[in-house]
Design a protein around this ligand. Structure first.
Ligand SMILES: NC(=O)c1ccc[n+]([C@@H]2O[C@H](COP(=O)([O-])OP(=O)(O)OC[C@H]3O[C@@H](n4cnc5c(N)ncnc54)[C@H](OP(=O)(O)O)[C@@H]3O)[C@@H](O)[C@H]2O)c1
Length: 342
């Protein structure tokens, strides 16, 4: 790494989404990578610290004096804020504030990890209100209203991680016929996009490498938009195990135990008395209504052009990773036992 190597500050770099971004940025010596984390001793931070060119910066990314230190000497920023920790209101604040700090610190290129603005896409029908989507979606609209000079900006809009099929989306054995696996979601006939996180990291790298194309671009990424009956069929083809899609109502979905306390608030680091927080039931009702009604769209031709090696289907991902429906941890937050202090 030479003295002239420019540094990328990654916010959220220890998370499921951030780790592949850090790995893609550090895959050669083009960039130095600074990862901000609340704890340098977490397994994720220690694994990243071993990569050449990666340094760990200990501190809270939702604390301005800390951010001001973290921004020093940085040329690029990748920001994935954590709406599940902050709640929607604080996520909007920090997204905008990060953009402003980036301008103040003369950052060359700011890449924001976006999500779909469900409420706007659903013509403001409250059935689509989803705190963790809308918060990022509003920040995306703010960023998209900014000039592309003197600082370049890009938005990398993602969707459910395909890896969620081992965690939040995993199948369970049918109680009446345990040889059949049941994939149960309230998706109707909708097609839901899923993104392979390693490819997500590669798209992030492409955005930084290609500012002439990526400046001002909102890139919506996914591996495939897939109907859940096709997902169950792909599972059977790959594993030989029987599988069905069960289209459940929202009420049935929240009884499945995926969210142990459906009426608890989303935002484990927020003030619990903050009145704008959603419950899991409210948040994930809007979420599934959004995918059920196919409100979002991706340009797969563009994705093929940007990343010809991308995994192109859920089936291909299942084959590549030896997916068999069993549990594997994905989200750092779920692993963390003491969410507020680690
Ligand atoms: N689950 C999905 O399928 C999915 C898909 C697309 C987008 N997202 C979005 O991704 C974001 C979460 O990132 P992730 O998926 O990478 O989650 P994750 O694996 O649970 O990681 C959480 C990340 O947030 C950071 N963080 C900072 N302050 C935090 C706090 N007070 N509490 C908890 N974590 C804190 C953590 O850093 P340290 O612990 O190192 O400080 C870590 O990097 C959310 O906004 C979510 O909406 C999720």
């Amino acid at each position: 790494m030479s003295n002239t190597t420019k540094t990328v500050l990654v916010i959220g770099g220890t998370g499921a989404q951030g780790v592949p971004v850090v790995k893609a940025l550090a895959s050669d010596s083009k960039y130095a990578v600074r990862v901000i984390t609340r704890s340098a001793s977490s397994a994720e931070a220690q694994e990243l610290a071993k990569l050449p060119g990666v340094t760990i910066f200990e501190g809270d990314s939702y604390h301005e004096p800390t951010l001001r230190e973290a921004f020093k000497g940085v040329s690029y920023v990748f920001a994935n804020t954590n709406g599940f920790a902050t709640g929607e209101m604080a996520e909007i604040y920090w997204g905008i504030r990060l953009y402003e700090l980036a301008r103040e610190f003369r950052i060359e290129h700011f890449v924001y990890a976006g999500l779909e603005y469900a409420t706007k896409l659903g013509n403001y029908d409250p059935k689509y209100r989803t705190g963790h989507l809308d918060g990022k979606g509003k920040v995306v609209d703010y960023i998209a209203a900014q000039s592309t000079t003197p600082m370049a900006w890009s938005v990398l809009t993602s969707c459910l991680y395909i890896e969620g099929l081992t965690e939040i989306l995993r199948p369970f054995p049918d109680p009446n016929d345990p040889s059949t696996m049941v994939f149960a979601v309230p998706l109707g006939e909708g097609e839901c996009p899923l993104i392979y996180l390693e490819d997500y990291g590669a798209y992030a790298r492409w955005l930084f490498d290609n500012p002439s194309r990526s400046n001002g671009l909102e890139l919506h990424v996914a591996t495939e938009d897939i109907a859940w009956k096709d997902l169950a069929a792909a599972f059977t083809e790959v594993t030989g195990k029987k599988a069905v899609y069960k289209d459940v109502t929202l009420d049935e979905y929240f009884k499945l135990g995926i969210f142990p306390e459906p009426d608890a608030k989303v935002g484990h680091s927020a003030n619990p008395n903050e009145p704008t927080l959603f419950t899991f039931r409210e948040n994930f009702s809007g979420f599934w209504n959004t995918w059920k009604d196919n409100l979002t769209k991706r340009d797969y031709k563009l994705l093929d052009e940007i990343l010809p090696t991308r995994v192109k289907s859920v089936k291909e991902w299942m084959e590549r990773t030896g997916y068999d429906g069993s549990f594997a941890s994905v989200l750092k937050d779920y692993r963390s036992q003491d969410r507020n202090t680690k």
